[in-house]
Structure formats: structure tokens, C-alpha cells
Design a protein around this ligand. Structure first.
Ligand code: ADP
Ligand code: MG
Length: 673
């Protein structure tokens, strides 16, 4: 069978099981072969009963001393007990309500038992062990992630069948690279990752598969980088940064000046800039991008600024229109809900060169958006976009300069891979006069008191946010219901007489805009909102925020939300309401405002799988490599990729054909083979 064949055609699968496997992301034979075990049971290392550590999974080789005896201890609970020995010590074995297993054990026969031992003194027992006849079965067994209707054993059986009927996978890593890094051949690695011949073989198989994933990733990223480095760009004749600074209502921070000068000097060169500006929430990334946009416009070129949400795009439009108020720079706003006639006008103006800057959402990367001279593509909150989306924006110009901005602090060790194709400017300084936001964690019993505190601030002319809890079932519709309910409860109840506003993702664009405008002008005092305000929103007079059911949010997300306040010179307060006893986790937020520290904690607590699984970085998903713990492998793969591309930048030649297409596939998001 070909490896790309549908899984339902594999012997023992069929339509019903194919549907279950689909839930595990398995659609083809190849998907099954690369569906790696979650862990293993080591049945090859046999321990004596006497020396076995307690409460850990161990494997015992022992002879059954007597047939299983049945003990009915109460209604619905029957125990089956027997005694086994390894010649040195006795071990009691118990099964609960499981006559099927119990009856399989034959007196006088030798078995391997796998499970946890408990006991005191000379008494040892093992409950509900897995077992198999001792003869010929000292192996390391795979344990797979399971799904309803398919347990690990069933999947194991299918994997065996797949090896039996599937064609041999071809190795994308050329033999000379395999040799120089001492890597196993692909099909051996696959066999050993599922059914290891020994612990050594298992670890070699893992090393090989991890190397491959990271190697492909690095090749893809480095290739993007060299591609853009080689091509020419629209270079700026003159640096207008000084002039731009005179337009601002504030003095730039040193960090902002540094980032601007790094980027501006990139743009004076004949090669395209490719730069990430990373700065914690509130560090002033928008002004950095505005400086470069200004430079671009003054040199006679166009720029585009893309944001992940409409609300943020509208806000950027307002901010930049403010900065450029007394200049001749023309700006357009293009989002999914811009009226058709308006859209048409903007698109025509972009094409003819009548607009210097367009600000928008994903709408900017639609096919029919064309520029006359796009020289700078800025992506804000870049982690919200995939690598591909980022690329589609800059493919709108002839190798424009690229600036991406993000507040999501990725641990430094990872910046290399994730931003392997970008240069980095860090805004490590907040504007002058900012005070640290105080954060408190309170239980729902004192919710009223927290609201009372909010009220006090509103009465002093300040503004605030109340963030609705995330709803259990996913989807904008249920978020909307929750937000509506809270809004109603508060406006008719505790905050009666105050000017409240409601903002959620399901609202029409015009409504969103009206609410945001009313909030920034101060007409709305208290904004009840879902996480739509998570990115970018900037209203400095808002100094207080209450987050309901804080335990439902990730730490980094809470940090982003909290970043909506503390944007002026006034002291700000964030109150987290949480009923679950997750005090330890949430206390990370009360004790620090350092986004890097919070991201690190987040990773530790949630595990990298979660952090990296949820499209935090826009990179292809890894099946076996762990970007947190495989640091050594990352460096190895990085240098291997660099060396290869130095020799053969286009990966041309027959022996690289498989490698080339594997890299392309990884970045096109398709499944392999
Ligand atoms: P972020 O980095 O989170 O995108 P913004 O660009 O939205 O931050 O800036 C946050 C706030 O700080 C805005 O109100 C902005 O006008 C203000 N700001 C930016 N730079 C400075 C500065 N150098 N001095 C004072 N305020 C600034
Ligand atoms: Mg921002």
C-alpha cells in the first residue's frame, strides 16, 4: 500500500474506525506511522519482587501458584486473587471485577506482570497488572494516546499492520548527512519508535526523528531568510526620523529610538529589512512602526500595517491619523466590514498610488489588493498570524521591507528557531512616568467590594474594564451570550446610573467602532468586554480592570489583558476574581509584571505542548521535537541546515529532491507522503 493511501483501506480499519482515527489526526497510512507513542512500558527490564521499588511501574517475571479465587466483597464488586512467585518472594495479584483477565492466568505457568507494587514487610501485592506469557515477550511496548472507541492496544495492532502492508518510507535526509550526524535510516527509526528493539535503539530512533523535524524546520526558515536577503529592495534615500519625532506628543524612549534607528538603517540598504520588534505590552511599538511608515512615505513609497483584529486596526488608524495630522500623508482603513464602495475606492487608490498607508486586518492579504509601490509591510501582534500570512502581506510588493511586532514574550532560547528568519529589536523600556500596575487576586465573595473599588475610580473620572469569563464551550456565539448577560446584570444592578458599554467579537464593525470611540472619548466609563480587547487596545485613562473567572485564562493571556491598563501616568489596578483554588498559578501575576517571567512560568505550568500547540508562533506543528527541551538538537539541526544551504542554497540535485519536497510540505501545512 502507498503511504498516502487513506487509512480506511488498511486491513482492520474501515469507515467507522477511520472516523475515530481522524479524531487523532490520522488520515493516511503515513499519519499512522508518524503517530508516535506517548510513552512506553518497559517489559524488557525485569525486576525481582524483593528489589522492586514501590509504587512505580515495574515488570516482574513470576510463576502462578494457584488458580484465581473469586471473592465477592459487596454487590457489584468482585475480587479475583492469586499468588505468584519469582522463586524468591511471593506476590499477591488482584483483579477487580475482571474475571476475563483472571481466568487467563494458568497455574504453574510463567508470566510477565507489569504494574505497581505495594506492601509492607514481607507482604507484596500488585493490583490489576497487565500481563503476558513470559516466553518470548521481553519487549518495550508502545503506549499511544487514545480516543473513544480505540485504546492503545488497538492502535498498536494497526501500526503493526501498517508496517506489514505499507511501502517502505523513503528517507528525505541524504545519506551523507545521515552519516555525518550518525543518524538511523528513516524506516529503522520508525520501526524502533513504535517497537523498540532495545532502549538504546529507542533513543537513537527518537534522536533521528527529532533531528529530521527540526532540520526541515530550520531549512525552511533559513531559506526564507536567504531568499529575502538576496533580493533587492526599494531603498530609502533619506532618513526622516528627526522630522517624525517633532510630530509626536511625547519624547521617544531610548529603546524606541534604538529600534527605529536599527530599522531605519536597514531600510537605507539595498536588501530588504526583515525585523521583529519585540516589546512588552505598553512599550510603544506603534510609534516605532509609525516612524518607519513616515520614512517610507516621505521617500515616496507606500506601506501597509496589518493587525489581527478589526478593533485594533481601527485604533491604529486613529493613532496614526493623529500622528500624521499635519502632514500630507494619506491613510486608508481596510477591514472585512469596510463597505464595498469604500473598499473599491481604497483598492483603486492603493493601486494608483493615491494612498501612502493602508491599515487593516486579513482583508489586506486578499488577492485583489494591489499596491503601486509597497515598500514596507508591518504586521502587528505577529504571533496571531501564521508564517504564511505574514508572507502573503509582503508578497504584495516587490520584496518590501518587513517589520513584525509582538508582545508575546517567547523565552529567549526559542527566539532563534521561531524567529530564525528575522532580526530582532527589543523594547526593554517602558515610557517615562509609568507606574507599575498593582494586581490583586480575590475570591468571588468580595466581588462587590472589588466593584465598589471600580465605582470609586469611575467617580474620580477614570475609566475601567470588566473582562467576561471565557465560556466553556468554544465559539463566539456563547461568548456573546455571556458578555450580554454580564452587561445586563451590571448595568441594571451594581453600576446603575453609570455609562457602561459592551464589546464582543460578534458585534458588527460599525457597532464596535462606535463603542470603541465612545470609550476612548470617555463617554463610556466602564467597558464590559470579552477578550477582543486582549491585543493592542490603548485608552490611557482606563486605570482599573476586573477579570472574572481569571482561572480560565492562561497567564500570558492575563498579562496581555492587564496590559490594557497602566498606559498613562496614573497608577492602575487589576483585580483577578477566581473561585478555583489556583492561587499559586495566579499569584505569578500578582508578584511580577515582567512578561518574560510570566511566559516562562506559563510554560512550566502548562507544558510546552500546550504553549506551542496553540498556534502561538505561526510555525508548523512538531510531532516529536519539543522546542523547550530539545535545545541541543535545535542547535545541531540549525548548524546542519546552515552548512547544507551554504553548499547548496536551492537544495538542487536528485539526492535532495525528497528533502526539498519535505520542506515545502512542512510549510504548506499539508500532511506528508
Ligand atoms: P504596545 O507596545 O503595547 O503596542 P502602544 O504602542 O500601544 O504599546 O503604546 C502604549 C501607549 O504609550 C500609547 O498610549 C502610546 O501613545 C504611549 N507611548 C508610546 N511611546 C511613548 C513614549 N515614548 N512616551 C510616552 N508615551 C508613549
Ligand atoms: Mg500594540
Amino acid at each position: 500500500m502507498e503511504l498516502r493511501s487513506g487509512i480506511k483501506y488498511l486491513k482492520g480499519v474501515g469507515d467507522k474506525r477511520a472516523a475515530m482515527l481522524a479524531k487523532l489526526g490520522i488520515f493516511t497510512l503515513w499519519d499512522l506511522l508518524t503517530f508516535y507513542p506517548r510513552t512506553y512500558e518497559d517489559w524488557s527490564r525485569i525486576t525481582s519482587i524483593k528489589n522492586a521499588p514501590m509504587n512505580e511501574n515495574v515488570c516482574i517475571k513470576a510463576i502462578v501458584g494457584m488458580p484465581c479465587k473469586e471473592h465477592r466483597i459487596r454487590k457489584g464488586m468482585t475480587l479475583y486473587k492469586t499468588e505468584v512467585t519469582d522463586g524468591e518472594m511471593l506476590l499477591d495479584i488482584t483483579f477487580f471485577n475482571n474475571p476475563y483477565s483472571a481466568k487467563k492466568l494458568e497455574q504453574g505457568k510463567e508470566y510477565l506482570f507489569y504494574g505497581k507494587i505495594t506492601g509492607k514487610g514481607y507482604f507484596r501485592s500488585m493490583n490489576s497488572p497487565e500481563f503476558t506469557e513470559a516466553e518470548g515477550s521481553d519487549t518495550i511496548r508502545p503506549i499511544y494516546p487514545q480516543t473513544a472507541g480505540m485504546n492503545s492496544k488497538a492502535i498498536e495492532k494497526l501500526v503493526r499492520t501498517a508496517f506489514q502492508y505499507g511501502e517502505k518510507p523513503q528517507d528525505p535526509i541524504p545519506v551523507e548527512i545521515r552519516n555525518s550526524y550518525c543518524l538511523m535510516e528513516l524506516s529503522d527509526a520508525l520501526k524502533n519508535i513504535h517497537f523498540p528493539e532495545s532502549e538504546d535503539m529507542l533513543s537513537e530512533a527518537r534522536r533521528r526523528l527529532i533531528f529530521e523535524e527540526l532540520f526541515l524546520l530550520e531549512l525552511g526558515l533559513l531559506r526564507m531568510k536567504t531568499k529575502s536577503r538576496q533580493s533587492t529592495a526599494l531603498s530609502m534615500e533619506k532618513d526622516y526620523t528627526e522630522e517624525f519625532r517633532s510630530l509626536l506628543p511625547f519624547e521617544l524612549t531610548n529603546a524606541q529610538k534604538r529600534a527605529i534607528s536599527q530599522a531605519a538603517s536597514d531600510m537605507l540598504l539595498g536588501t530588504p529589512m526583515n525585523r521583529l520588534v519585540q516589546g512588552d505590552v505598553g512599550s510603544g511599538k506603534t510609534a516605532v512602526s509609525a516612524a518607519l511608515i513616515y520614512n517610507c512615505a516621505k521617500n515616496g513609497y507606500q506601506s501597509a500595517l496589518m493587525a489581527p483584529t478589526e478593533v485594533l486596526a481601527m485604533q491604529h488608524y486613529k493613532t496614526l491619523a493623529g500622528f500624521f495630522e499635519n502632514t500630507d500623508i494619506t491613510i486608508g482603513l481596510l477591514t472585512g466590514s469596510t463597505p464595498a464602495a469604500e473598499k473599491k475606492k481604497i483598492k483603486a487608490a492603493l493601486k494608483s498610488g493615491g494612498i501612502d498607508l493602508v491599515i487593516g486586518t486579513h482583508a489586506l492579504i486578499q488577492k485583489d489588493v494591489e499596491f503601486s509601490s509597497l515598500a514596507l509591510a508591518v504586521t502587528d501582534e505577529q504571533h496571531r498570524f501564521g508564517v504564511n500570512q505574514r508572507n502573503s502581506l509582503h508578497s504584495k510588493g516587490k520584496n518590501p521591507h518587513v517589520l513584525v511586532m509582538s508582545a508575546t514574550p517567547i523565552p529567549r532560547t526559542l527566539a532563534l528557531i521561531i524567529y530564525g528568519d528575522l532580526d530582532l529589536s527589543i523594547l526593554d523600556e517602558l515610557p517615562k512616568g509609568r507606574q507599575k500596575t498593582e494586581t490583586y487576586l480575590v475570591t468571588p465573595e468580595i466581588r462587590e467590594r472589588a466593584y465598589g473599588y471600580v465605582k470609586k475610580h469611575l467617580c474620580q473620572g477614570r475609566q475601567g474594564y470588566i473582562v467576561c469569563p471565557l465560556v466553556e464551550e468554544e465559539g463566539d456565539a456563547s461568548e456573546m451570550t455571556a458578555a450580554n448577560a454580564l452587561f445586563k446584570e451590571l448595568s441594571d444592578g451594581f453600576f446603575k446610573g453609570f455609562r457602561l458599554g459592551l464589546l464582543h467579537g460578534k458585534m458588527k464593525s460599525a457597532e464596535k467602532k462606535a463603542v470603541m470611540d465612545a470609550f476612548s472619548s470617555g463617554e463610556i466609563q466602564l467597558l464590559v468586554s470579552t477578550t477582543v480587547i486582549e491585543v493592542g487596545i490603548d485608552v490611557p485613562n482606563a486605570v482599573i480592570m476586573v477579570i472574572e473567572n481569571a482561572e480560565r485564562f492562561g497567564l500570558s493571556q492575563l498579562h496581555q489583558l492587564r496590559g490594557r491598563i497602566g498606559r498613562g501616568t496614573e497608577k492602575s489596578t487589576c483585580i483577578l476574581i477566581s473561585e478555583a483554588d489556583e492561587t499559586e498559578r495566579l499569584n505569578v501575576l500578582t508578584s511580577t509584571t515582567d512578561g518574560f517571567k510570566i511566559a516562562d512560568e506559563d510554560l512550566k505550568l502548562r507544558g510546552p505542548g500546550d504553549f506551542f500547540g496553540s498556534r502561538q508562533h505561526g510555525l508548523p506543528e512538531m510531532k516529536i521535537a519539543d522546542m523547550m527541551t530539545d535545545g541541543e538538537a535545535i542547535r545541531e539541526a540549525h548548524s546542519a541546515a546552515e552548512n547544507l544551504l551554504k553548499k547548496n542554497p536551492a537544495l538542487s540535485g536528485e539526492e535532495y529532491a525528497l528533502l526539498r519536497s519535505a520542506v515545502n510540505r512542512l510549510f504548506s501545512g499539508g500532511s506528508m507522503n
